[in-house]
Design a protein around this ligand. Structure first.
Ligand SMILES: [Zn+2]
Length: 213
């Protein structure tokens, strides 16, 4: 069974038994190691690493991977989802739509760019709205497939918000479809996870109308 909350998508095995796991290496060491390997890739592509424009690219890529694109692999970056008692007894759905999604396809390491629409119906807890954006961002910032991204967001919110009524839609363009293979720039991929009352047509339809689908 897949563990939806696994911070690193389950890819935790070290390269060989003699090497420390990535979690055991300080950030600067991991950066240096990634830069070293990326330099080899550039060498194999026949690029001139002495060129002033290319010289620092391996380090730039390593920094970008660890500090930006893949920061969601580090559990230390999990957003703190502080909730508040639902003292005003709000019983309807809360919808946060058009949340920016910037991820990377784990099959090809090219961008996945799109939006997510997230909704929940509170029971006794409500959450600061921007936390919903942060949760989407945390799970997006790692090598991903869109199906898993969708279920990871839903499972996390269900647990943290203490409500079974959670809905997530992800609508994204995959650059592995746009730039290679079939090279279809127009198509997008939609995935969804409807839990609790969002499995009922009436509730789901309200959500879909609110996000314009
Ligand atoms: Zn891909």
């Amino acid at each position: 069974m897949e563990k939806p909350l696994s911070p690193s998508n389950g890819h935790k095995a070290p390269l060989c038994a003699c090497e420390p796991t990535p979690e055991e290496m300080p950030l600067s060491e991991r950066e240096a190691a990634i830069a070293h390997h990326f330099r080899e890739i550039m060498n194999l592509l026949g690029l001139d690493l002495e060129d002033p424009s290319l010289r620092d690219t391996p380090y730039r890529v390593a920094k970008m991977y660890l500090r930006e694109l893949f920061l969601g692999l580090d559990p230390a970056n999990e957003p703190e989802v502080r909730t508040f008692p639902n003292t005003y007894q709000y019983k309807q759905m809360v919808v946060e739509k058009d949340i920016r999604v910037r991820s990377v396809c784990e099959h090809h390491f090219v961008p996945i760019i799109g939006v997510a629409h997230v909704a929940y119906i509170p029971t006794d807890k409500v959450v600061g709205l921007s936390k919903l954006n942060r949760v989407v961002d945390y799970f997006a910032r790692r090598p991903q497939v869109q199906e898993r991204l969708t279920t990871q967001i839903a499972a996390f919110l269900e647990e943290k918000l203490g409500t079974p009524h959670v809905a997530v839609i992800v609508d994204a363009k995959h650059y592995c479809v746009a730039m290679r293979g079939i090279q279809d720039e127009a198509s997008r991929t939609l995935t969804y996870e409807f839990r609790g009352r969002f499995q009922e047509a009436e509730t789901r339809d309200v959500f879909l109308r609110m996000v314009g689908l």
